[in-house]
Ligand binder design. Structure first.
Ligand SMILES: Cc1ncc(COP(=O)(O)O)c(C=O)c1O
Length: 396
């Protein structure tokens, strides 16, 4: 009787903790074989230093002595920080957003939880294109909601027709994640227009939630589609975890499209209420002040681009199949010969390569490699990948 039956069941389910389990297995292997002999592609934990403007802002905020700067604030966050985020979102979306449409959150994860808390009644459904960031299912479940995965097209783009068929009278929202974890796909503007047409056809003002923590990490000229100009009931959730390399500082935000008018105001009020009632109280004060100063900073993602190229070269040489990722720092590869993803990741692990099986993202037959690791790790992993390919006779 010590813990809830539901949590007990979740803790026992292997799937819910697969990424962490792989990461922890990696820590063990590193102890056993040494840091350099383990090729850990399991976790999306960015290793790039934040941009210089952010580091300078950390120093400036540290030295500033503003009375009350460590105190509580309004649950939505500092007005001035919200105004800075509103400017950023206005520029990205190409339409005016004001501070009152923005709520600061504890990372994108905290932001999603406050939005889900704000919109879900027990039994309500949220659609997502699969594969997807597995935590969405937990976040929905936290409030009695259900995540409904809809299998993507072959090229990892959302299957708009299948999404339309998946809408029921319980559906309250669709969540899109572009650039995508785990595929690295960037959804096209045409697909977002198609999705919006589907939502409009329902006549029900379903929410369109864009989870965008990888928004700035783009390659090959890819662009993230705007949504506020396309659909009134749209919400952007983002953070500075991946874009600025600050995952541990837990700063993110929720921006609600002002065109949603009263519904939007109500959602902002609900998100603010949830920030308080879920016990976040407010987003971290120090980093709100940092980000207010450095919101326009740019991270140099050419480092990830080089790593992506190095990893793709190894995969090509080994004959592994994948689609060239256009954003984020993941490659989602096919398990050779239609094999089982969990067994294949075990095989990789026996060669000291750590990857996450597709089942952890709702898509069997694939494995995810996170290349936010040093180029040295990637280059040194070549021999191990080649051994695995030889074992399976890949490409022959
Ligand atoms: C798609 C996606 N959404 C949300 C998050 C959570 O991000 P944050 O650290 O900002 O809470 C992650 C983290 O890996 C993610 O991959």
């Amino acid at each position: 009787m010590a813990i809830s039956a539901e949590i007990k069941e979740k803790l026992a389910s292997k799937q819910s903790s697969m990424i962490r389990a792989m990461f922890e297995a990696g820590q063990e292997l590193k102890k056993q074989f040494g840091q350099d002999a383990v090729f850990d592609f399991s976790l999306g934990n960015p290793d790039l230093q934040p941009p210089q403007e952010v580091l300078d802002a950390i120093g400036d905020v540290f030295r500033e002595e503003i009375p009350g700067c460590h105190g509580y604030m309004t649950n939505a966050g500092y007005e001035t920080t919200r105004a800075a985020i509103a400017r950023k979102v206005s520029a990205e979306q190409g339409c005016p957003v004001s501070a009152k449409n923005v709520v600061m959150s504890c990372g994108a994860a905290g932001g999603l939880n406050t939005v889900f808390r704000g919109i879900l009644n027990p039994g309500d459904e949220i659609l997502v294109s699969a594969p997807f960031f597995a935590e969405y299912a937990q976040y929905c479940g936290n409030y009695g909601g259900k995540l409904v995965p809809v299998d993507c097209r072959e090229d990892f783009s959302p299957d708009i027709e299948a999404m339309e068929r998946a809408i029921t009278d319980k559906t309250v929202a669709v969540i899109v994640n572009s650039p995508n974890n785990p595929t690295g796909a960037v959804y096209s503007d045409a697909d977002m227009v198609g999705l919006v047409q589907v939502l409009k056809r329902t006549g029900r003002n379903l929410w369109l939630i864009a989870d965008e923590p990888y928004r700035d990490i783009l390659y090959d000229g890819a662009k993230v589609a705007t949504l506020f100009d396309k659909y009134s009931h749209s919400v952007i959730v983002s953070s500075f975890a991946k874009n600025f390399g600050l995952p541990g500082e837990r700063l993110g935000f929720v921006a609600v499209n002002p065109v949603a008018k009263e519904d939007g105001d109500e959602l902002v009020a609900a998100v603010i209420f949830a920030t308080r009632s879920l016990g976040f109280v407010n987003a971290p004060a120090f980093f709100q002040r940092v980000i207010e100063k450095a919101v326009d900073a740019k991270t140099d993602f050419s480092v990830y681009e080089k790593r992506r190229a190095a990893l793709m070269k190894i995969l090509d040489d080994c004959g592994f199949e994948y689609l060239r990722p256009k954003g984020a720092f993941y490659i989602f590869c096919k398990v050779p010969d239609g094999g089982d993803d969990v067994e294949f990741c075990d095989l990789l692990k026996s060669h000291r390569i750590l990857a996450v099986p597709g089942v952890a993202f709702g898509k069997r037959g694939y494995f995810r490699l996170a290349y936010c690791v040093s180029e040295q790790v990637i280059v040194s992993s070549e021999k191990a990948f080649k051994e695995v390919a030889a074992t399976l006779n890949v490409g022959n």
